[in-house]
Design a protein around this ligand. Structure first.
Ligand SMILES: C[S@@+](CC[C@H](N)C(=O)[O-])C[C@H]1O[C@@H](n2cnc3c(N)ncnc32)[C@H](O)[C@@H]1O
Length: 279
């Protein structure tokens, strides 16, 4: 079946975003440095593997290896069957469970690595190891596309906006109030549950859902944009491009007195990194 026909089958807009839009953005960012076509590609933190599948099928990568610390990648085939109508995953796609911080060189050497909405979830004590594991798995001259959105100190940085809508709620409220508000929030709409399917099974009870949401919030590593850049440079990467987007919001005075303005407003960072050709 032609790829365009597969895309027409997609009913879930989030699946479309992951299968079509995100791979397109990554390919676009890599357009001056060799792209994804026929490349060996690593996805760090692949979730259920839809983006990796999009890169494998639509960008015709030589090989895509998606690594993930949860079992969620096992859902890739079922989702691809229901959304795209394909029976089997392509032979150039490999989804593998890893231990946090694992050496990735066992999967070979890669031309390109990418990571989408993952590095804010990597445990603080694993961050240098995680960054170095990607660096080591790249070929000299290889590229790493790295995106985080939202950053912790930004208005929606708690990742809990569907339940606590106030901007910076996590920085302004007492921790126990924030937790209680999260647990007492109204039932989660189906669309939001779908967006959280990486972490929360669709049939999970509300109590389990809230427990997982709290855990997800509580384990955010509080990374800032300059800190991510330093982490990448310390691992040996050169920064080719550094793109940040900022929120347009008035900052409450008490927050301005306590935190850095730029950290409070920077919502997203996208880095294009290169492993030096001589490394
Ligand atoms: C918000 S999800 C994003 C998943 C996928 N990139 C997407 O956008 O659909 C974050 C993912 O990062 C994974 N993750 C967290 N720490 C990790 C680590 N140390 N190594 C690899 N993956 C990790 C989580 O298990 C989770 O699947």
């Amino acid at each position: 079946m032609q790829i365009e026909q597969l895309i027409e089958n997609i009913r879930d807009p989030l699946y479309r975003t992951k299968f079509v839009n995100v791979p397109d953005i990554i390919a676009d960012w890599l357009s001056d440095s060799g792209g994804l076509h026929k490349k060996d590609v690593l996805e760090f933190g692949c979730g259920e593997g839809t983006m990796a599948l999009g890169v494998a099928l639509r960008k015709e990568a030589q090989r895509v290896v998606g690594v993930e610390i949860l079992d969620v990648h096992e859902q890739c085939r079922t989702l691809a069957q229901s959304q795209l109508g394909v029976r089997e995953l392509p032979r150039n796609l490999f989804l593998r469970k890893i231990a946090p911080g694992a050496d990735l060189t066992e999967f070979g050497a890669f031309d390109v690595a990418y990571s989408w909405s993952v590095f804010e979830h990597v445990a603080q004590d694993m961050l240098p190891q995680a960054m170095t594991s990607v660096f080591n798995a790249l070929k000299p001259g290889g590229h790493f596309f790295l995106q985080i959105d939202p950053l912790y100190y930004s208005p929606n940085g708690s990742h809990m906006m569907p339940w606590l809508v106030e901007p910076w709620a996590h920085l302004t409220m007492q921790a126990d109030t924030f937790r209680r508000r999260l647990f007492e929030a109204p039932e989660t709409p189906a669309k939001v549950r779908n967006e959280w399917a990486v972490y929360i099974p669709l049939n999970a009870a509300t109590a389990d859902e809230r427990k997982t949401l709290w855990e997800t919030y509580d384990t955010l590593n509080r990374m800032t944009a300059p800190q991510l850049r330093r982490l990448a440079e310390s691992a040996g990467f050169e920064v080719i491009r550094d793109y940040r987007t900022t929120a347009e919001r008035e900052i409450p005075l008490n927050l301005l007195e306590a935190y850095d303005r730029e950290a409070l407003l920077t919502e997203q960072i996208v880095l294009l990194l290169r492993k030096p050709a001589t490394a």
